[in-house]
Structure formats: C-alpha cells, structure tokens
Design a binder for this molecule. Structure first.
Ligand SMILES: [Zn+2]
Length: 380
C-alpha cells in the first residue's frame, strides 16, 4: 500500500500511480480542496464527476469545527462527507501560522487562538498525528513551522530545524498509533521547509530522508510571495535531492501555468483554493485567453462557451452571456458552475500532462500550451 510506481518520464516530468486504501491516484494530479470537509458549493458526486481522485481536507479547520472526535464518532471523514476516494489532510501548520489570531511557538508545539471564537488551543506534533488519525485520511502530513514568505535566513534556518525535530516526533507518534492495529491505514509525508535558501532546502531533504523511508514528500513554504524564478530553482534542486520513486506534493500550488511549470520540474501532486475562490469572484481560466473575469462588459452578448475546448458540465450547457449575468447578479449558481469549470480545468490539465508525458511529447505540448494561455488578452 502507498506504493508509487513511475510509469513514464519525459525530462524531469513523471507519470505515475500512487496506490492508497481508497483507490489509485494517477499522477500528475490536482487535488480539489475541501477545507471543512466540503469542496465549496459542490456535492461529492459532482467532485467525482470532475475526474478528481484525491481531495484535501484541513486539520486545523476540522479540529475547530465540528471537532475531530465527532468526525471519528460518525465514522471518519470518508463516511462523514460521503467521499469514497482517497483523502489527504494537511497538518494545520500553515493555518496556525497564517490564520490563528495570536500564537506562541514553543519547542513543544504552538499555542494559538481560534479565528472563530478566540478560544485558546495547542497543537503539538503528537496531537496533530492524533487528530489526523481520528479524521482517517489516507495521507497525513507532518506538523511543520511555516515561516512567512520573504523571511530572513536565520528565521528560515530556525523554522527548518524545528520542522525536522517535530518530524521525528510525528514519526514516533504515527508509528505508535499505527502499531495499535485498529483504525485507518495511513501514510505520513514530511513537509520540507527552507524558503528560497538553496543550502537549507538541500539540508532539509537530506535530513528528512535520514529520519525515515517516507512514502512521499510534501514541499512547503513555496508560493508564499517569492519570485517565480526562486520557486522553479528550488524545485529543480529538490528534484535531484529527493528519491525518484516517491511522489512529491507541492503544497498550495497552483494556478494552471504554475502547475505545468512544476510538473516539468518533477512534482506530482498539487492543491490550491484558487479554483473555488476565484469562482466566487467571477473569475475563470480558459485555455486560449488565460484568466478572465466574467464581470467584463465584453461578455454581455457572448453566446460562446466559457472555454470551447473544455469538457465540463458548465461549458457543455451554458454560454458566457448567461454566466456573466449570474455573476453580476451574485447568483449562487454562478459560483457553483464556475467552481465546476475551474476545478475541471486543473484536473484535466493533470490528465493531459500525464498522457503527453506517457507519449514522450510533454515539453513541446507544455510550451505551446503556456504560450496560448499567456498570450495577450483583449483589454477588459
Ligand atoms: Zn468548463
């Protein structure tokens, strides 16, 4: 279980399959984000129809509401949200460091105040393993310290060191829980930090590998405001520092063009809230015009599909004029239909990348795709 098979490579890009107790995940793959155990505005049948195989849920949010113990009592996250496929839960590290109102970081863990009601809580590496066990995801992430993007070297170094200390403690607790026998079969992925400092990044990869033979690796601390060139260089470094027969999960990425650039640098799994968040703001991705905002007046009489090359429910049934009308009028259906489209856009991009890698034609396809996507758009 949790074996990762690389089936084809093209340059650094890889096509593979990760096996999990809830089914295989062909990669590269985009994972829709269901922060609170729901991919916003969509049913699990609709998420399944997008072709999504694995979805992501959030430890911090589910711990605060409705509480991991209640989720466990109701049969675990799969049963609770009626999702039969694989689930990954993130460790809550990123949310504690970015959302919680007040926090203090100790060697033992993090004390924080809930962003909902101000109540005080503490996360430790051990408690985060317990919570993720109760939720019952297939892949769980180690608790890490996420320094802010753009932080200085000493801060990145200290956060990296603490992340590794916590990783060893996560491993010990995870192993202890797994050895008890009962409960879900899970894999623990480390989260590698280090911002954009090459030597810290390489040190993180090396020392994480010394701690265990992990089933996969999370790459954290990117897409937090650094220059794109720094992100690509970091991924190129890690591509050679990580084992080739394990999946690499680039956390919090991305936008369509970022996804293709990261696939080209050896990343396999992705998640991002942008598809559903953009949908709520009337923004959609198209393969020939890049990102468009449907509020634009030019769509008032546009009877074309949102993206003529897209195979989603929204593009098959509705035109831009009607979608624009609903966006301008803040109709809920617009948020649902644009979420369906944006999520399918990224899921399909992963599927297409996978077939091009298998054919050995990834590089020319990628540059052509990016050129079309990024070409100058009409003024909005
Ligand atoms: Zn579509």
């Amino acid at each position: 279980m949790f074996e990762y098979r690389v089936e084809a490579t093209d340059g650094c890009a890889r096509a593979g399959t990760l096996s999990t107790p809830h089914g295989p995940i062909p990669t590269p793959a985009f994972m829709p984000v269901g922060t609170l155990g729901v991919v916003k505005t969509l049913t699990t049948e609709e998420v399944d129809a997008l072709g999504a195989r694995m979805i992501l849920a959030n430890t911090y949010h589910l711990y605060l509401r409705p509480g991991h113990e209640l989720v466990e009592e109701l049969g675990g996250l799969h049963a609770f949200m009626r999702w039969r496929g694989p689930i990954l839960t993130d460790s809550g590290g990123f949310q504690v460091f970015s959302l919680a109102n007040i926090r203090r970081v100790y060697d033992d863990g993090v004390a924080f105040q809930s962003h909902i009601d101000g109540s005080t809580h503490t996360f430790t590496p051990e408690s985060v393993m317990d919570i993720q066990r109760a939720l019952g995801a297939d892949v769980v992430m180690a608790f890490d310290e996420c320094p802010p993007g753009g932080c200085d070297r000493s801060k990145a170094e200290a956060a990296g060191a603490r992340t590794l200390e916590w990783l060893a403690r996560c491993r010990d607790r995870f192993t202890e829980l797994a050895n008890r026998g009962a409960g879900p079969r899970q894999a623990l992925f480390p989260v590698l930090q280090g911002n954009v400092f090459d030597d810290i990044r390489l040190d993180q990869a090396r020392r994480a590998r010394e701690l265990d033979d992990w089933k996969g690796y999370g790459i954290g601390g990117l897409s937090v405001g650094e220059a794109k060139a720094d992100m690509w260089r970091t991924l190129e470094l890690l591509d050679s520092a990580l084992p080739t027969d394990r999946p690499r999960y680039l956390m919090g990425v991305g936008y369509p063009d970022d996804l293709l650039e990261a696939i080209a640098r050896g990343c396999d799994l992705f998640d991002c809230v942008a598809p559903t968040r953009n949908a709520r703001h009337g923004t959609a991705w198209t393969s020939a015009e890049g990102q468009v905002n449907l509020k634009a007046a030019r769509f008032r009489r546009d009877t074309g599909a949102l993206d003529p090359s897209c195979d989603c429910y929204t593009c098959a049934r509705y035109d831009r004029a009607y979608l624009r009308h609903m966006v301008v009028a803040s109709e809920w259906l617009a948020m649902r239909l644009l979420s369906i489209h944006n999520l399918r856009f990224l899921v399909r991009l992963g599927e297409e990348a996978r077939s091009r890698i298998t054919e050995g034609a990834f590089e020319p396809w990628r540059s052509e795709w990016l050129e079309r996507y990024r070409q100058e758009r009409r003024a909005e």
